[in-house]
Design a binder for this molecule. Sequence first.
Ligand code: PLP
Length: 419
Amino acid sequence: MNHLATEHELDTPALDVAGIRAQFPILERQVHGRPLIYFDNAATSQTPLAVIDTFRDYYSRYNANIHRGLHTLADEATAAYEATRETVRSFLNAADRREIVFTRGTTEAINLVANSWGRANLEAGDEVLVSLLEHHSNIVPWQLLASQLGIKVKVIPVDERGVLDLDAYRALFTERTRLVAVNHVSNAFGTVNPVGEMATIAHEHGALILVDGAQATPHQTVDVRAIDADFYAFSGHKVYGPTGAGALYGKAALLEAMPPWQGGGEMIKSVSFEVPTTFADVPHKFEAGTPAIAEVIALGVALEWVRGVGLDAIGAWEARLLERATAAVSRIDGLRILGTAPHKAGVLSFVVDGAHSQDIALLIDQLGVAIRTGNHCAQPLLAHFGVTATCRASFAAYNTLEEVDAFADALERVIGMVR
Ligand code: PLP
């Protein structure tokens, strides 16, 4: 194609998209007789062969329960599981491996903080600030605490672009504000939030900040120390890894002071009916029961894979995909993009006059294109914008400009059919 290079193209570090695609067998499949175009990456990204092979390798060679075994297989499984802790530590630039707790994903990580830190530190009248951009998983755990402990959940508003209003944020703080819970990147609109600045403001008011990084980790380098996050949560399945494994980062001093949340094996030092039961040191204090061993090991492989490709290159490539998609769909009559923040990750949310989002998603699937429709677990945000659902296309490293063009053509066709 003969065109002048855009700013993004000039800045884009090289990404071998064809070479990346070759590592994702699922991208070879057909859907309804057409090549799959997978634009539902914000819900779950696909996994490369290196991650898929980890499962075969684990179950073929060293499947064993971890930590207490005195045999070779248990040692190997433990070493691989704990090696992922180091991988996550360096992926997030945490100071210490003890600050990484494995969870099933972001939801469980946030619930851990709410139930352990929250119950130990919050009382009636205390305040937690959440943003209007939050996924339900960073709203409902705080609402549950509100009904159980009598705390207040206050909402940081957004402007018409889906950008958080930082003046309003500052004004929400009172002497009862204890925690800010905010996402790094919005799954519904793609807004990238200034979490570092928000952390500074929270700390100035003596409050902690929990950052939901589910949508940031796949697209940009995350440095929990540069952000000065007190807690940071993410899910493996959104960052080219498996479902069932994610992590919570927490500052060591906070984790050490927090009580266990779930009780059981693995999280104790000694159990007795006569004297008080004692608990393992962090992070194992928060990892009760047999964890998702193979999934955690595969999560480590996924993060190494992402690092190998390069998050700067991935982010820049996705910015190009987003730019192309935004320009293409903007030409469609009656289509309105929700979420027009100047700083966005690869998420394109839209509604179309006279066409139901669900109909669009169902029909475009017939053309091989997978997008998501619905409220994206962000009902308060969508209600604020006067809609109950949007269509959402979201991009990953393996998506191509040709796919974006094919998606835009398919979308126009489908809209023509339903209007
Ligand atoms: N937070 C955000 C911003 C998300 O996008 C998601 C998933 O869509 C979650 C939290 C929940 O993640 P999980 O379902 O992996 O726990």
